[in-house]
Design a protein around this ligand. Structure first.
Ligand code: UD1
Ligand code: CA
Length: 455
């Protein structure tokens, strides 16, 4: 169900597209359905239907993703009714909400097992404050009905066991019950929860699986709830990383917005953000305040504080034992070999640096191929863009580029050549040669400085 408006988000973006860990809420739900190896996932859209459908197109992976529209929105029962034409008669339907992102596949597996192809299985939870939720009414242990808060008697409102919004139900039974729904209730809505009453009437066993994990059934209605659930999610990820041996300076100051794979003896200091696909080899250390996205960092590399790495769609690789930062920036297509050093205020884009190459201070390498052991001086840059096209700079092994050089691409510096500081290099420099391109120094002895004119 992803048709609801989400008024309390006070946003133009449909609620189910609000992001948790950088991923739209509804995509978390779809990912869970993928893990269940569901035959089909039907997304019921309404508010912002086009936007939601566009955001989900092609995101199903192996899952067969179908969309149905619910317009207008007349309640959860009415929502599920819209899916009836695209649901097969055999099999089990699991009803999920697009704004409840953190339900685990194992929890749903257990619910499906409880349903066993013939029962109505409800996921429930005891809440200290059940206000607003549907109450699970039992007689003895047997579930009799779900009564919505607005329809409940004072006695029923005292019940703390609530329906989570998640159920597993045989498709054929569900279809029959949906056809019997009406909207004669306090909200004038078609309540999905009324099917419990029909199950009881039909002699179908209704089973409730009570969870104690509120995070798994928590729905998002407001920015506050979104932020709270984000913290819960991040805390769980931090715990899982530590469980796997990763040393986090502070589990409360880590954000993983994607997938972080770590070797042994990885250390991560405070306030680091990982995005997309990141892998850290054995013994990698990440300093404080780094943003690391879409990259692969080999064993024993050290990323010093305040470094920004973003491989985008092209990825970044950092070789074994490399030292990066502090204050370094690695952009898409930076491929750094073993023992490479990238120091403060150095930017690398779409460039390959072979083993042992160094650029330690205030430099730019864009569209460059840099050989082994090259030393790239402070303040030097590749002028890779002529205003229309990008060109490559080739710096062969053991080249020494002095400080404050401009390498105007396309240009090649031969192996072992030396470039004098302050040069603007526009022509190739042969192997072993010295290339200098700057004004000759003039020295005037006995020079008198100008003095201020007297009034
Ligand atoms: C529903 C349950 C309630 C349960 C609660 C858990 C019903 C009648 N009540 O409450 O027992 O305790 O969830 O959170 O089912 N939606 C649609 N179309 C609609 C209405 C809702 O797609 O016409 C979607 C919403 O976007 C949301 C989900 O269904 O993702 C649940 O709707 P919401 O209004 O939050 O739940 P309630 O009806 O209040
Ligand atoms: Ca409602």
């Amino acid at each position: 169900m992803a048709a609801g408006k989400g008024t309390r988000m006070k946003s133009r973006i449909p609620k189910v597209l609000q992001r948790l860990a950088h991923k739209p809420l509804v995509l978390h739900v779809i990912a869970t359905a993928q893990q269940l190896q569901a035959r089909k996932a039907v997304v019921i859209t309404g508010h912002g239907a086009q936007t939601v459908e566009a955001a989900l197109a092609g995101q199903g992976g192996a899952l067969d993703l179908a969309f149905v529209r619910q317009e207008p929105q007349l309640g959860t029962g009415h929502a599920v009714q819209q899916a009836v034409p695209v649901l097969a008669d055999d099999g089990v339907v699991v009803v999920l909400s697009g704004d409840v992102p953190l339900t685990q596949a194992a929890t749903l597996q257990a619910l499906i097992a409880l349903c066993a192809g013939k029962h109505l299985a409800l996921l429930t939870i005891d809440l200290p404050d059940p206000t607003g939720y549907g109450r699970v009414v039992r007689s003895g242990e047997v579930v009799q009905a779900i009564v919505e808060h607005k329809d409940a008697s004072a006695e029923q409102r005292a019940i703390t066991e609530i329906y989570s919004g998640i159920m597993a139900v045989p498709a054929a039974l569900l279809k029959g019950w949906l056809a019997r729904l009406d909207n004669r209730n306090a909200q004038g809505e078609y309540y999905l929860t009324d099917i419990v009453k029909f199950a009881v009437q039909d002699g179908v066993t209704v089973l409730a699986q009570k969870t104690t994990d509120a995070v798994q059934v928590a729905g998002i209605n407001s920015p506050q709830q979104l932020a709270e659930l984000e913290r819960s999610f991040q805390h769980r990820q931090a715990l899982a990383l530590m469980e796997a041996g990763v040393r986090l300076a502070d589990p409360a100051r880590l954000d993983v917005r994607g997938r972080l794979v770590c070797g042994t003896d990885v250390e991560i200091d405070v306030n680091c953000i990982f995005e997309g696909e990141v892998s850290l080899g054995d013994g990698v250390r990440i300093g404080a305040h780094c943003v690391v996205a879409n990259c692969s960092i080999a064993a024993n590399a050290v990323i010093h504080p305040f470094t920004h790495i973003d491989g985008g769609t092209q990825s970044v690789t950092v070789g074994e034992g490399a030292l990066i930062g502090p204050f370094a920036r690695l952009r898409p297509g930076a491929q750094l070999g073993a023992q490479v050093h990238i120091g403060n205020f150095v930017e690398v884009k779409n460039s390959t640096l072979a083993d042992g190459a160094k650029a330690n201070h205030l430099a730019y390498l864009g569209d460059a191929t840099v050989g082994e052991r090259v030393n790239y001086g402070a303040g030097s840059i590749t002028a890779n863009y002529d205003g229309a096209n990008k060109h490559r700079t080739v710096i062969e092994a053991d080249v020494h580029v002095g400080s404050n050089c401009v390498l105007v691409a396309p240009v090649t510096l031969g192996a072992g050549s030396t470039i004098g500081g302050g040069s603007t290099i526009t022509k190739d420099v042969p192997a072993g040669a010295l290339g200098v391109a700057r004004g000759k120094q003039a020295v005037l002895t006995g020079w008198t400085r100008p003095v201020k004119a007297k009034k």
